[in-house]
Design a protein around this ligand. Structure first.
Ligand code: ADP
Ligand code: MG
Length: 748
């Protein structure tokens, strides 16, 4: 059997897009690791590995050796929050220290313009020398103290021949610093016109990079807000019924089988079954559906939902990691940490980017040294440092993960769970959306509305036989027949030799009679004549109802008419989807006439009816034939093959049943607006990612020639290293703010 294990580590030192590829490579180098996927936004890595071949500590040492030490994520909530808060604090204090040390350097370097006294003092050779020494002292402090880890990581990675964005900052600031040290202490070495210091550039760059990291850390905290909101739903205590009365207990001590009381207005502490009482429960935090749901005896309730005005006594069924809430949190976290295909492209580019920039900086330096007439060394230095600084690819590393985090988080709030990261990217390009009819476009709670029998049969006898059989079936049609029999208080004898054929019907022996119930084609396939009922079958189907034929001992006994109302907003959603340029098709095993009736009502012109589950698969493949992406929306029970075949399989959750394995997207509420929401989120998120990439790449690339001084000969324009640092910080912050906009995607 499979010995695959999944683990998450929090990883430190990852500052840029190129680190992502490196961490993944370091892990994948070990045969025991099947996949490793880094999320830069949460600074974590998700590893699938064989736990027979490597231990947790083994994985940790792989990370350690690669220069990115990791820590296991135990309780996701506390660790993430703590780590985040620690990060924010650390960058904040480092920035503040750097800023305090940098300010006097800036004042001294700009001295001449600030005050006459200062300017007079600085104009003396002695004053200037002292000013330079003070600047040297403070800048050196900035580099060694708050900027230490930045510069050290940068050089370390350069020496290991895997330069990253820290390397660009490190080379840039160290170059400016070294030049200035020479100017300060070995002045004679330099030609007169080149005797200047650039301490302030180094100090300001480091301060700004730290400020950028501080903002980043804060914004990253906000991108995880969706999961925190979900985690906050968990009630800390539960009121437990014991022999000795009611006791308040911490939630961690609750076990399945415990009886808990949920008072009006309280949140449900755990998943369970109502054993006494009734109430309306607000499940919107889980399903996104705003209307409270009625709960009576035997109803399922979900931990984290909010009880209305009744008292519910609940027998606990699931707690802890098994609970619906915990599963949702896990899915959301996985989706948030997932990698889209587009990320591979980004990684390839960044892997080339840093070395290319180092090359450009070198060429810039050489070219100015060679061509510029006076002050050439200064010029060469200023331009090449500016190139190094402007090109930091930190915004590129953030572009996709932040959008994915915010987008999937917002999706979760609307009850849309992306189980498969790819689907977030694929869904936006879907051309055809195929929908199952029963339970997807219709309520899925059909009712038996008419019974038409051959003369020799009696209503209640037939219904009692049929219901005995249908008791064993999960199909909504079966449930409607059983419900009708119960309403008539008919007894339902034992059945034997029960057999269900998907998309056809059921058969079995009841009271010595051979009974078949199902679609007309089911009877045909069993060689049973039903011509006598043709008129009724057409009459019922013409109204959009499902005709169900019954045969007893090889004779067609009659036809039952089952009506399943169309969902209230189905038409509206179909129109919205069509407005998004999505072709909507309906696939159903139901009678052709009935299907056509429903399709007409909804404005769907593409109908495939009377197909078996594998017929749905065939239809989806046909749609895919011309290369279009196809999504399928179904109820997950008998539609698993279709869900798995479609490029994106969307399962409509029945209530809170989220463990739908074959689907890529789970819609927690039965409401169809989830379909439109999922597509809208995919479109918005992908557009957001593209904007981010544009800003991160295009903008850096555009400014590189300016930084290199290419404009100087024509316009006299130069990009100072300080401005470059500010611009670089801006591009990261822009990317984050842009991603955060996804929090406000409107529900459809
Ligand atoms: P859908 O695509 O509408 O969900 P299914 O593939 O589940 O439909 O079923 C197709 C048809 O097969 C139903 O419309 C019904 O006629 C028949 N059928 C399936 N299961 C049963 C059952 N348990 N009892 C009666 N009829 C059934
Ligand atoms: Mg179905």
């Amino acid at each position: 059997m499979s010995d695959k294990a999944l683990i998450n580590f929090q990883v430190s030192n990852m500052t840029c897009a190129s680190c992502v590829a490196r961490v993944e490579k370091a892990l994948m180098a070990d045969d025991a690791v099947e996949s490793a996927s880094v999320n830069l936004a949460t600074e974590s890595v998700q590893i699938t590995y064989s736990d027979h071949q490597i231990s947790e500590n083994g994985l940790l040492s792989l990370l350690e050796n690669a220069g990115y030490p990791g820590t296991p994520v135990r309780s996701a909530r506390e660790d993430q929050q703590e780590q985040r808060a620690r990060n924010i604090r650390s960058y904040k204090s480092r920035f503040l220290i750097a800023a305090v040390l940098t300010l006097p350097v800036v004042v001294l370097s700009m001295g001449a313009g600030l005050s006459d006294a200062l300017s007079n003092w600085l104009s003396t050779a002695r004053g200037l020398k002292i000013s330079w020494i003070i600047q040297w002292l403070l800048t050196t402090l900035v580099m060694l103290w708050p900027g230490n880890s930045l510069i050290r990581t940068g050089w370390k990675n350069l020496i290991k021949r895997r330069p990253d964005m820290n390397s660009l900052v490190a080379i840039g600031t160290t170059a400016a610093w070294t030049y200035s040290v020479v100017a300060t202490f070995f002045t004679e070495v330099l030609p007169t016109e080149s005797r200047a210091v650039y301490f302030e550039a180094s100090a300001v760059i480091i301060s700004l990079v730290l400020l950028g990291r501080y903002f980043e850390a804060r914004a990253k905290g906000q991108t995880g807000a969706a999961v925190e909101k979900l985690l906050a739903l968990q009630a800390p205590n539960a009121l437990v019924e014991t022999d000795g009365g009611l006791h308040e207990m911490p939630i961690d001590d609750i076990q399945p089988g415990f009886i808990v009381h949920v008072r009006p207005g309280e949140s449900v502490p755990a998943d369970g079954l109502v054993i006494r009482g009734s109430s309306f429960v607000n499940e919107s935090m889980i399903t996104g559906e705003p209307i409270p749901v009625e709960k009576v005896e035997n109803s399922k309730v979900t931990g984290g939902t909010l009880n209305g005005s009744g008292l519910l006594v609940v027998s606990v069924t699931q707690v802890g990691a098994d609970s619906v809430l915990a599963q949702i949190v896990r899915l959301v976290q996985e989706a948030q940490g997932s990698r889209l295909p587009i990320q591979d492209l980004v990684n390839v580019i960044t892997a080339w980017f840093v070395p290319a920039i180092l090359g450009i900086a070198l060429v810039t330096f050489g070219a100015w040294l060679f061509f510029a007439e006076s002050g050439s060394l200064t010029f060469a230095l200023v331009t090449s440092v500016a190139v190094l600084i402007i090109a930091c690819p930190c915004a590129m590393g953030l572009a996709t993960p932040t959008s994915i985090m915010v987008g999937t988080g917002r999706a979760a709030e609307m009850g849309v769970l992306f189980q498969q990261g790819d689907s977030l990217q694929t869904l936006q390009s879907v051309k055809t959306l195929a929908m199952d009819k029963t339970g997807t476009l219709t309520e899925g709670h059909p009712e038996l509305v008419a019974v038409q029998l051959a003369p020799e049969f009696n209503d209640n006898d037939v219904l009692s036989l049929v219901a005995s059989l249908e008791q064993a079936s999960e199909h909504p049609v079966a449930k409607s027949i059983v419900a009708a029999a119960k309403a008539r208080k008919l007894n339902m004898p034992e059945c034997s030799d029960f057999n269900a054929t998907a998309g056809m019907g059921v058969s079995g022996d009841v009271e010595g009679k051979r009974v078949l119930v199902g679609a007309d084609r089911f009877l045909t396939s069993q060689g049973i004549q039903w011509d006598s009922m043709t008129a009724y079958v057409e009459q019922f189907a013409g109204k959009g109802h499902t005709p169900i034929l019954v045969s007893i001992d090889g004779v067609c006994a009659g036809v039952l008419s089952v009506a399943d109302p169309i969902k209230a907003n189905a038409k509206d959603i179909v129109q919205k989807l069509q407005a998004m340029d999505v072709r909507v098709a309906m696939l159903t095993g139901d009678n052709r006439l009935a299907a056509q009736h429903v399709a007409n009502e909804l404005g769907i012109d593409e109908v495939v009816a009377e197909v078996l589950p594998d017929g749905k698969v065939e239809s989806i493949k046909t749609y895919q034939d011309n290369g279009d992406k196809v999504a399928f929306v179904g109820d997950g029970m008998n539609d698993a093959p279709a869900l798995a075949t479609a490029d994106v399989g969307m399962a409509i959750g029945t209530g809170t049943d989220i463990a739908i394995e074959s689907s890529d997207v789970v819609l927690l509420s039965g409401d169809l607006s989830g379909v439109a929401n999922a597509i809208a989120i995919s479109k918005h998120t992908m557009r957001n990612i593209k904007q981010n990439l544009f800003w991160a790449f295009a903008y850096n690339i555009l400014l590189i020639p300016v930084a290199a001084g290419l404009l100087y000969p024509f316009t006299g324009q130069l990009l100072s290293p300080k401005l470059a640092a500010a611009a670089m910080a801006f591009s990261s912050i822009f990317v984050l703010l842009n991603a955060l906009r996804l929090r406000w995607i409107k529900a459809q």
